[in-house]
Design a protein around this ligand. Structure first.
Ligand SMILES: [Ca+2]
Ligand SMILES: [Ca+2]
Length: 388
């Protein structure tokens, strides 16, 4: 049986996303919103087709042959051949500390993967005395002819320091920059002050050489210790980083109660947390807003109510030519896909699509389609293509 009739028999495809009102756009509020909603079905620019399902997927990346690697939070790495629909588990993965927000995290390819087959993966790692921390490993991916395979020569090249209690805010998003360096988001583990403490690497964006060694030109290299890994500080929980066509790094982060952020990441800058945030603590205690402390880099976009950003691509394909250069952010609590438009060093939310489910991960496929992973068990892998 081919894949499509099976899916049709299950009544699973295709599903259509609806355009949602942009809360930041006054024109979309009130009576006008009702008229907009009825017209929305005709204005949806894409069709979303279910391709597969995963158990608590967290991240995905495309291989040069067009197949897909997907991490699942409980600790599995899946390889999906999109042509045949065959799914195989990759063995040789590290043991993950599954629980809360922790488990298997990101997976990305070395820039020279086609030649060296090197992948990078992040995960929550158990420590001593009920502590945990994010870890990043590199390994060689050895695929069999049938699409199964294993990770070989796995080596941990970075760890969060210190390991602390709790199961939140690991961050551990990975990206390669146009500089050939490995970039890691290291969130603050819900411990607040470590984001400003250069004696640890929590609440920072980290920049390493591809083998995990320290670049000599990092902004705090002369301080030594873990500070030498740090590119920027004062971050809360970063679940998405992307480089634009000009080589600028953009990262979003979850605010506390309010104050989700999109930041342009500048060498050596502090982004203010937990001293300033446009949100407040969950227990109601206020946090001064960004504009009270101009010495901290202010967000380019801030969201209250929050979108809960997870996953991020800056689109460079041609299948959606109108979106070239736009950023796409998955929304967890907002169950949405958010399009961000950039203008030099500024950015704004340009569009928001209601997806009806929490969106965990966003990728661009080799043919320029947008791919989404929903969050949770039985989460769908969705392919977004232009509406015919
Ligand atoms: Ca990815
Ligand atoms: Ca901030």
């Amino acid at each position: 049986m081919t894949r499509m009739p099976l899916l049709l028999a299950l009544g699973l495809v295709p599903i259509l996303a609806t355009s949602a009102c942009n809360a930041a756009d006054p024109a979309a509020n009130g009576a006008q919103a009702t008229a907009t909603a009825s017209a929305a079905a005709d204005q949806r620019p894409f069709t979303a087709t279910e391709v597969s399902r995963f158990d608590q997927p967290w991240a995905m990346t495309f291989l040069p042959d067009g197949s897909l690697l997907v991490t699942e939070k409980r600790g599995k790495l899946q390889h999906l051949d999109l042509a045949s629909g065959q799914k195989h588990e990759i063995t040789g993965v590290p043991k993950v500390a599954y629980g809360g927000q922790g488990g298997f995290g990101d997976i990305i390819l070395h820039p020279d993967f086609a030649r060296n087959h090197v992948v990078y993966l992040s995960y929550a790692e158990e420590g001593t005395l009920d502590t945990r921390g994010a870890a990043v490993a590199r390994a060689t991916l050895a695929l069999d002819a049938n699409g199964a395979g294993q990770l070989k020569d796995l080596k941990v090249i970075w760890r969060q320091s210190p390991k602390v209690s709790g199961e939140g805010h690991y961050g551990h998003r990975l990206a390669f920059g146009p500089d050939g360096k490995l970039w890691i988001s290291s969130s603050e583990r819900q411990k607040f002050d470590p984001a400003q403490d250069m004696g640890g690497n929590l609440g920072k964006i980290i920049r390493l050489n591809d083998d995990g060694s320290l670049p000599a030109d990092n902004p705090f290299a002369s301080q030594g210790g873990v500070a030498a890994q740090v590119w920027s500080l004062g971050h809360r929980n970063i679940l998405g980083m992307a480089f634009d066509a000009n080589g600028k790094l953009w990262a979003h982060e979850m605010g506390p109660a309010g104050g989700d952020e999109l930041n342009l990441i500048v060498r050596g800058a502090s982004y203010g947390y937990p001293i300033v945030s446009n949100g407040d603590h969950y227990d109601g205690r206020p946090i001064p807003d960004h504009d009270t402390r101009p010495e901290f880099a202010a967000p380019k976009v801030t969201w209250t109510p929050v979108i809960s950003p997870a996953g991020f691509v800056i689109y460079s394909g041609s299948l959606f030519p109108q979106w070239k250069g736009s950023g796409f952010i998955g929304g967890l609590s907002s169950t949405s896909l958010v399009r961000v438009a950039f203008d030099g060093d500024s950015a704004r939310e340009a569009e928001r699509f209601n997806m009806g489910e929490r969106i965990r991960e966003v990728e661009q496929g080799p043919d320029g389609a947008l791919w989404l992973l929903e969050d949770g068990s039985k989460a769908r892998l969705l392919k977004l293509t232009p509406k015919a």
